[in-house]
Write a protein that binds this ligand. Structure first.
Ligand code: ADP
Ligand code: MG
Length: 672
């Protein structure tokens, strides 16, 4: 499967249909394998019952005049009908010059069939009919199981992706109201805040910003958007807010985004998966050459054609990397389904499997370790003549309407609770990690962090009491005059403590990285027993902190939720986004915790380790068996009287397939 991004966003609808077709096609293939398997199974019964070897083994006699022709006829049907997918695959692979599993299976069943047919028509020797029938049945079953579990994993993923919170801010009677994306219709006017995904296709009405369209076009350079420009559902907004009018339907766009997410998540193979493909390729080459060499050597050594062909067929049957073909895909599908069911959306499998390497975990504070839902605990009026609390809150909330930050949302919430009438704010601009500015009634207004206030050179009145630890304070400034301060308190998520403890038990150091003030950072860090914290870190410095940890030899994972976290999420070896956070964080992360539970980080790391372990075990089971059996099948130990017959070869092969399949099924996700 080739999952390249299309060149133009206009092709996205085509994209979507392509996926539906693809899924339906996948389902049809599964049905097809299933039907071929059952028919082959039924036809195999008389072939097995009439096989002399089985009769000897079970001690019965069965046969009638012409029974060998019945066996020949049934086997021919099995070869052509049951073997068809493999013969077709052989042709495709050879044409594409990428011989793989299908080539090997195709060659093995063809050798077995034509040799046996030759025996039926008079060649001296013993036919392989029952081995042929069992081999084809096993191969069909294997492919059927594999395809079905891949489909199962993708529907689990799809369900999960639909759980991702998806709301848009729609203008209802002049007020921005949060609505679900499915309900959006052409003509709706929407507000897109910084770091949010564009929920549907449309046109920019006001504001200007840069959009990241890379999820649509593969081009990662941000694209500037002005009023009148078209925007496409699924692209992610940059640092400013925009207003747009919807042209497409929200539901279509939403579904295609979910589908795209799932498809992208499955398209990217991890390094372990690539390793198994490579192993399959080399085993195929090995099998074909060792098979040929075996036959030629035995002929040269003076053995008859019957013996030599039997050895060649055995080698090929044994080397069929069937177990290998299943080894990794089965683990991947079990692991994908289990993680999806537990709220882990894995976008990058390599990062997930590398979770075992993590030595340091860096957590963002607001919205990650804390709930990111602030309560306004105090409002201080600082100007002379002083503004009322309500006026201060109104001005702040009017700006914060355009902010995606938890502080902004909480201030807005408080204003709504008090039924305040908000004012229009123009030219709002997000100062990442510092606050927000804009114009209200023509006056430049801002809500700022203490750090930014200091940078602006605005002094604090001495009468203002210092906030106690754990309180976040922001300042309202208009035309360079400090009007007031708003104190906010956040709550630590109840799950955070046990998340940190269980990570530390796994030997991982836990650090906190926040743009908030020192006192609050210390209070949270102490309460959670973290290994340390970095406070008042600006967004670009967050990335630098991660880099310097990496340079000192740490393998770093970052957990975050905000616009300001996304560069750090991308920088970390494993980037983990909180599901309730911004879309841009989810877009830059490798893994999304859809349930927004920090304990899932520990679960995820443990499960990443378990998944990787299973893959390696399965690789060993699958190839180790091959490597051991090939020389035996070739007859290397024949002089000592030890030799692998084709039937024993087929049994061992199915055994190794079964072991690999059961081993994959035993993968369990243990919650922390
Ligand atoms: P964190 O790293 O903890 O998520 P941020 O880097 O997002 O914090 O924010 C750092 C500080 O910047 C906040 O504590 C606050 O003082 C200020 N800030 C950020 N966004 C806003 C906003 N929309 N309104 C007011 N203050 C803000
Ligand atoms: Mg945050």
């Amino acid at each position: 499967m080739n999952h390249q991004h299309h060149g133009s966003p206009h092709e996205q609808h085509q994209h979507q249909h392509g996926h539906h077709d693809h899924n339906a096609h996948h389902r049809m293939m599964i049905q097809d394998f299933k039907r071929r398997f059952y028919i082959t199974l039924v036809l195999s019964v008389p072939v097995l019952a009439l096989a002399p070897l089985i009769q000897n083994a079970l001690g019965y006699q069965l046969g009638f005049p012409g029974s060998q022709w019945l066996v020949f006829a049934l086997s021919s049907i099995i070869y052509v009908y049951g073997g068809w997918p493999f013969l077709k695959g052989l042709v495709t692979e050879v044409r594409a010059k990428t011989p793989g599993m299908m080539t090997l299976i195709g060659v093995a069943i063809s050798v077995a069939y034509f040799y046996s047919a030759a025996v039926s028509f008079g060649l001296q020797g013993t036919p392989f009919y029952w081995e042929l029938a069992t081999l084809i049945a096993i191969m069909l079953a294997g492919h059927w199981i594999e395809m079905a579990s891949v489909l199962g994993a993708s529907s689990a993923l799809e369900e999960l992706a639909q759980l991702m919170p998806a709301t848009a801010h729609k203008s209802v009677k002049g007020e921005w109201t949060d609505v679900s994306i499915e309900s959006i219709e052409p003509g709706d006017r929407l507000l897109i805040k910084a770091g949010e995904k564009i929920p549907a296709d449309g046109v920019v009405e006001s504001g200007s910003s840069y959009l990241d369209e890379s999820m649509l076009t593969g081009e990662s350079r941000p694209v500037g958007k002005e009023p009148g420009d078209k925007v496409v559902g699924g692209s992610v907004n940059g640092d400013s807010s925009l207003e747009m009018t919807v042209q497409g339907s929200g539901e279509d766009s939403y579904l295609s985004q979910v589908i795209r997410l799932v498809r992208d998540a499955q398209a990217v193979k991890s390094r372990t998966q690539a390793l198994s493909d490579k192993a399959a390729f080399w085993l195929t080459i090995l099998a074909l050459s060792v098979g040929t060499i075996t036959m030629v050597s035995w002929l040269v050594a003076g053995m008859d054609l019957q013996f030599s062909i039997a050895r060649m067929a055995t080698v090929m049957i044994i080397t069929c990397p069937h177990a290998l073909g299943l080894a990794i895909p089965l683990v991947v599908s079990v692991s994908t389904s289990a993680s999806a069911k537990n709220g882990l959306l894995i976008k990058n499998r390599t990062a997930f499997e590398n979770a075992r390497r993590i030595t340091t975990l860096v957590f963002d504070k607001t919205g990650t370790l804390t709930q990111g839902v602030f309560q306004v605990s105090a409002i201080h009026s600082l100007a002379d003549p002083g503004k009322t609390e309500e006026d201060i809150l109104t001005l702040a909330a009017s700006l914060e309407t355009y902010s995606e930050h938890p502080i902004g949302a909480s201030i807005l919430q408080e204003a709504r609770k008090r039924n305040l009438r908000l004012q229009d704010a123009q030219d709002t601009q997000i100062l990442k990690g510092k606050g927000i500015t804009g114009a209200i009634d023509g006056n430049t207004t801002g809500v700022f962090s203490p750090g930014h206030l200091e940078t602006l050179g605005i002094p604090l009145p001495e009468t203002l009491p210092a906030p106690d630890g754990g309180t976040t304070r922001v300042y309202l400034v208009q035309e360079h005059t400090l009007l007031g301060a708003i104190d906010l308190s956040d709550r630590i998520r109840p799950e955070s403590k046990s998340a940190i403890t269980s990570l530390q038990e796994q030997g991982i150091a836990c650090w906190m990285l926040t743009g908030d003030n020192e006192a609050t950072a210390r209070a949270v860090s102490d309460q959670l027993g973290m290994d340390g914290y970095f406070a008042q870190v600006l967004p670009d410095q967050k990335q630098d902190k991660i880099r310097s940890l990496q340079e000192s030899g740490e393998y770093v994972a970052m957990v975050g939720d905000g616009v300001n976290d996304s560069p750090a999420l991308a920088q970390a070896q494993v980037g983990i986004a909180i599901g309730s956070g911004t879309d841009v964080a989810a877009a830059s992360a490798d893994i999304v915790l859809v349930q927004s539970d920090p304990r899932d980080v520990a679960t995820l790391i443990r499960f990443g380790k378990a998944t990787h372990r299973k893959m390696i075990q399965n690789l060993i089971w699958a190839t180790g068996y091959n490597l051991l059996a090939i020389p035996l099948a070739a007859g290397v130990l024949f002089p000592l009287g030890i030799m692998l017959s084709p039937e024993v070869g087929a049994i061992l092969m199915s055994l190794s397939t079964v072991i690999v399949a059961i081993n994959a099924r035993l993968l369990r996700l243990k919650r922390t």
